[in-house]
Design a protein around this ligand. Structure first.
Ligand SMILES: Nc1ncnc2c1ncn2[C@@H]1O[C@H](COP(=O)(O)OP(=O)(O)O)[C@@H](O)[C@H]1O
Ligand SMILES: [Mg+2]
Length: 308
């Protein structure tokens, strides 16, 4: 994958609709091979594209494929990998107590976010042949949390590495004082499995940060209404904190008589280009029916500039 495009915005503003129309447009006019991916546990990308989707890409057009990730499966996978790590690191912990711990972890904060991050990591590395991967995102709060996770995790991983180093140094010290002391396990970071795992995790998160910062384009979808505008302002603030730029604001469901909103949206986002997509009366709103040419041209332009 050369570039990722994330569609963000309040529920109902038209992320799924505009993301699929955009993906179809890039495939048709942009001459790109595009993969549209739904990360939303309440999938409806397949409904919009008029087909049922699975975890592997289905071809929905000459240059367009689409898939919906199974969030539950990714959570189970993530928990299984944690369980394996923990039971090998803490062999003395009984299976029963690990089981009760993991049934709690399934619903604990962070689990869904990590599961989504690892899903994105795999999609990006497995589907490198695509020019563009377009992500339709879950509700805002969850999206902002998974985007922030690689940045936040960096801080506590550094902390954990420091702690681990201190433990290894203590082992060294004890053995210097008494070479016969019953000290088990590694004494130097380079021979310590746990330290290596922390380094591995750090590398994976660094590569996700690089994906979000250097190979991603964010489209913020907003409607001419107060609630969606307020939520988009919060999204902009959160993304600014992570230094993830917004490439384009998509003023979706725009109506002719909306001049006031058009000005309001433009003045809210100032330096960010605003692309207008009209409200379209159509029962199914198939991607081909939505006029997204300007959005496609703008983003392709943006992506090419980023890549050059
Ligand atoms: N430009 C548009 N004109 C008219 N209706 C639209 C437009 N964009 C989206 N919709 C409609 O708005 C509703 C929500 O769109 P959807 O893409 O599911 O939003 P989200 O993914 O942000 O929750 C759907 O009924 C969709 O058909
Ligand atoms: Mg949606």
């Amino acid at each position: 994958m050369k570039q990722a495009v994330f569609f963000l915005g309040k529920g109902g503003v038209g992320k799924t609709t505009t993301a699929s129309a955009f993906a179809a447009g890039c495939a048709t006019w942009g001459g790109m091979d595009v993969l549209a991916v739904s990360l939303d546990p309440a999938h409806n990308l397949g409904d919009v594209l008029g087909t049922s989707l699975r975890e592997n890409p289905s071809k929905v057009g000459e240059h367009l494929s689409a898939m919906e990730i199974d969030v539950g499966k990714w959570i189970a996978r993530y928990l299984a990998s944690l369980r394996k790590e923990l039971s090998s690191t803490y062999a003395y912990t009984s299976v029963a107590s690990l089981d009760s711990y993991f049934s709690l972890l399934r619903y604990s904060p962070g689990t869904e976010e990590y599961a989504l991050l690892w899903a994105i990591e795999e999609i990006v590395s497995r589907h490198q042949a695509y020019d563009l991967v377009v992500f339709d995102t879950p509700p805002t709060a969850l999206t902002l949390r998974f985007l922030a996770l690689p940045f936040l995790s960096e801080k506590w991983l550094e902390g954990l590495k420091g702690l681990r180093k201190a433990i290894l140094e203590r082992r060294q010290t004890v053995l210097r004082l008494d070479p016969e002391a019953p000290v088990r396990g590694a004494r130097r970071p380079e021979e310590d499995q746990l330290y290596h795992r922390l380094l591995g995790l750090q590398r994976r998160l660094a590569s996700l940060r690089e994906l979000f910062l250097a190979r991603s384009t964010v489209v913020l979808v907003v409607n001419p209404d107060e609630l969606s505008l307020r939520e988009s302002i919060r999204i902009r603030e959160e993304l600014a904190g992570l230094r993830i730029p917004i490439a384009v604001v998509c003023h979706n469901k725009a109506r002719e008589a909306d001049g006031v909103w058009e000005r309001k949206i433009k003045s809210t986002f100032r330096s960010i280009p605003v692309v207008r997509i009209p409200f379209t009366e159509d029962e199914t709103l198939h991607p081909d029916r939505l006029p997204v040419r300007e959005l496609v041209d703008r983003i392709i332009d943006h992506v090419r500039k980023e890549q050059s």
